[in-house]
Design a protein. Structure first.
Lengths: 156, 655
């Protein structure tokens, strides 16, 4: 029973940590490029800030899963007993957003970076850059949904 | 509801009146002058007229120079007396007449700018002197204990007198080496230190030249020369310090003068805007053609305003010829949109993607309701909706934003009303606060019944995609291509609806006949598509294979529908983060000071949640429009109508 709880919490922790790392890297990458653009043309702050913010959502998705998991295992209220098998199930359910969050945020950061470079050259393309960058996020959203549905479906 | 019709204007006027005619056009603000490149197109065979306006080019360069002068001065003002103008501040309003009158006092105002510039030059001169003095002080400080005037460090008849430095690390060994000459007539004084070296003053009898030189060489003694300095180091430092004080006094004076000048900031700003208007006119002139004594202007004017345009100019100027023309069928004209007030803010969403081209349907009316609904589902919190609606309403009323800012805020305002509605439907009130207070959802709670929610989102997606296909069908029908509408859109409807009934009908527990009907529809649709989708191909095999291949589009349809799961994901994000914030607040709120903390957590947290989710909801809703919806029918690629008008930076012109 103890091991089950440890596994479940590890899963939630990994969701926050990995997706968070992805977002940190993505946002930082985009942010450095954004700062360069703003140094040249302060008026573009608004559009490059939007682009910079996009890879930040994966970290939020990771945290979301951690909280849903905490609610599920009663970590915030009365703890629910968890078998080792259930622990593994919950752990596995956290993996989609943990791994996809990590990778998609990094690659979304790269796309955001390219989009920021595009906005720097041609200011009117910010909407297109935004769309290209959001395309990457789709897969993080799908992973988030998969994790939510899995955690929801596991019988405790 | 549509792309506004444009008329092509060809205007011929006298060169003496060119300035006044353009001023009149500028104040009407409804004519876009064609660029040189645009004029070149589609006019083959026509002789191009001379387009060089030397005098106006000069005037343009002058206006640009004056603008940069004013800009420089205004920046200077901002440096010494920053203007407290927040991002939310409204530009002051001014009458057009008053603004243009400042051009009369242009010379005086520019004189002020010149004065400010010379003050700034004095300031940089002072800064330069200051730097020099600081470096002098830094240079002199190690030598301050030497009480001999620096210009007097020179050999006497029998002695050699030198000053210089030795590396700090070698000082001990250097002194030891000198001490070895103890009995000899040599005097060494150790002075202050620089960062790396120690300074020495050395006097010795010339008979020691060889010994001393070899020691100096060994320790890389670096002779210092004091060319240009006179008096003792101490005196020099004191003098420099005095001079620095003087500099700072005169700097204060100059800065005071500049600050006095900042009272004139409004005048400078007015002139700046007036010059900007003038500059735009000179730029426009560069697109005119000329003959010996006339000029020719080509441009676009909205068809509705074209008659008024002609009569206004006709009344004011006698020697003028204006011809209005409909654009050629294949000629692109600039695009202005005309939509009812509830739809027009959404033009900004479409323009972010691509402006409609002049020959297609304005998609905004079809897109707006979906945008508002999807935005509402993704935010999905009645409490947030209320706050956002109040906030954006206040902003719109109080700040009177213009153009894209106004449109963006209006989009969020409309979205926030739907946020309220969907929040009430799904029971979201500030995260789970509604649940805690016992407010039931009007329909169901998505996080309790995720599959139901997912199916609902897919259904919304199917509706959206079908609407997109429908718009395409409408366009085809309106253009008289009835067959295209039946084959390219109608058959897809049959096929997709059949597929959905067939596959999902059983799962949803519908009567099996639905499934049966669906199966038949799917087969009919598929056969129809295979037969018709290759109809523009030449031979029968190509026709068949492109028809068969077109069925592959069904994967596109599937991924499009799945894409709407983001509605659910983003709705959950808002709700769960809101719930977490509430939990943190409840955890904190156990004592009276805990309640204060809880209030801070709740307010800060929910504001943060609204901010990130508005961003998320906006970009993801936009994506659903651009990719899933516009992908079905929209081309874009138009160019926004930019009439020659009164463009300003610091003031808004009263209408």
């Amino acid at each position: 029973m103890e091991l089950g709880l440890i596994l479940a919490i590890s899963g939630g922790a990994l969701a926050v940590i990995l997706a968070g790392i992805g977002s940190v890297l993505g946002v930082a990458m985009a942010g450095q490029a954004a700062a360069g653009v703003v140094a040249e043309d302060p008026d573009k702050f608004g559009s490059v800030l939007l682009l910079q913010a996009l890879p930040g959502t994966q970290g939020i998705y990771g945290m979301l899963i951690a909280f849903i998991l905490m609610g599920k295992i009663g970590l915030l209220g009365t703890p629910v007993p968890i078998t080792t098998a259930q622990g593994w199930q919950l752990f596995a359910a956290c993996m989609p957003i943990a791994i996809m969050g990590l990778l998609s945020a990094i690659y979304q950061g790269r796309t955001a970076l390219a989009a920021i470079a595009m906005v720097a050259k041609r200011g009117e393309t910010s909407g297109k850059g935004l769309t290209m960058t959001v395309m990457v996020e789709t897969y993080a959203v799908l992973a988030l949904l998969a994790s939510i549905l899995m955690i929801n479906g596991i019988q405790l | 509801m549509a792309v506004i019709e444009m008329k092509k204007v060809i205007l011929v006027g006298m060169q003496d009146e060119k300035e006044d005619i353009l001023k009149a056009i500028q104040s009407m603000g409804n004519l876009e002058i064609m660029g040189i490149e645009e004029q070149g197109e589609g006019q083959d065979g026509e002789e191009t007229l001379d387009m060089v306006w030397e005098e106006d080019l000069r005037a343009m360069a002058e206006a640009e120079a004056q603008l940069s002068k004013l800009e420089f001065t205004l920046e200077l003002f901002n440096r010494y007396k920053p203007l407290k103008r927040g991002i939310f501040d409204v530009k002051p309003q001014v009458e057009a007449r008053e603004l243009l009158e400042t051009l009369d006092s242009r010379d005086e105002i520019l004189k002020i700018a010149d004065q400010c510039r010379s003050l700034e030059e004095e300031l940089s001169e002072l800064a330069l002197r200051e730097n020099r003095l600081y470096s002098t002080i830094g240079q002199m400080e190690p030598w301050m204990s030497l009480d001999i005037p620096l210009d007097r460090i020179e050999d006497t008849l029998t002695t050699r007198v030198i000053a210089g430095t030795v590396d700090r690390g070698a000082v001990h060994r250097f002194l030891d080496a000198i001490d070895a000459l103890a009995e000899e007539p040599i005097f060494v004084q150790e002075l202050g230190e620089t960062r790396e070296d120690t300074c020495f003053f050395i006097v010795y009898h010339k008979s020691l030249e060889g010994d001393v030189q070899s020691i100096l060489n060994e320790f890389a003694f670096n002779r210092t020369s004091f060319g240009g300095f006179s008096g003792t180091a101490q005196r020099i430092v004191a003098g420099s310090r005095e001079e620095l004080r003087e500099i700072s006094r005169s700097r204060d004076d100059i800065v005071g003068e500049i600050i006095e000048f900042t009272d004139l900031r409004p005048q400078l700003e007015l002139l700046y805007d007036a010059l900007l208007i003038e500059l735009d006119r000179y730029r426009a002139i560069q697109n005119l053609e000329k003959t010996h004594s006339t000029f020719v202007l080509k441009g676009w004017v909205p068809a509705e305003q074209s008659d008024e345009f002609v009569t206004t100019l006709g009344k004011e100027f006698k020697d003028i010829y204006i011809k209005l023309q409909d654009p050629d069928p294949d000629e692109d004209f600039p695009v202005a949109l005309d939509n009812p007030p509830l739809v027009s803010p959404f033009e900004m969403v479409t323009n972010l993607y691509s402006t409609p081209n002049p020959r297609e349907l304005d998609p905004n009316a079809a897109m707006a309701p979906f945008f508002a609904v999807f935005f509402g589902i993704m935010m999905g919190d009645a409490g947030y909706g209320l706050i956002m609606a109040l906030g954006t309403y206040w902003f719109l009323r109080k700040m009177k934003p213009k153009d894209n800012t106004k449109k963006l805020v209006s989009v969020i305002f409309i979205g926030s009303i739907f946020t309220f509605i969907w929040g009430a439907i799904f029971g979201g009130w500030f995260g789970n606060a509604g649940e805690l207070l016992g407010i039931p959802p009007l329909w169901f709670n998505p996080s309790a019944e995720p599959i139901k929610m997912l199916v609902f989102c897919f259904a919304m997606g199917v509706l959206h995609i079908f609407a997109g296909i429908g718009v395409n069908a409408y366009v085809n029908i309106r253009k008289g291509r009835i067959l295209d509408a039946i084959f390219d859109q109608g058959l897809w409807y049959v096929f997709y609806i059949g597929l959905i009934l067939w596959l999902a009908g059983g799962m949803a527990g519908l009567d099996p006949t639905f499934s049966q009907v669906g199966k038949i529809m799917t087969i009919v649709g598929a056969v129809g598509l295979v037969l018709t989708q290759g109809r523009d191909k030449d031979n029968i095999f190509a026709k068949f294979f492109s028809g068969l291949l077109s069925l592959y589009d069904v994967t596109g349809f599937l991924s499009d529908v799945l894409s709407y799961s983001r509605l659910f994901a983003l709705a959950l994000t808002t709700g769960v983060i809101g719930t977490v914030i509430n939990q943190l607040g409840i955890m904190a709120g156990k004592t009276w000071y805990g309640w204060i903390l809880a209030a801070a957590v709740l307010i800060g947290g929910h504001v943060f949640n609204i901010a990130i989710n508005v961003l998320g909801a906006f970009v993801h809703t936009s994506r659903l429009q651009y990719i899933e919806f516009y992908g079905k029918f929209y081309q874009g690629g138009g160019r926004l109508f930019k009439p020659l008008g009164m463009r300003t930076k610091y003031r808004d012109i009263k209408k």
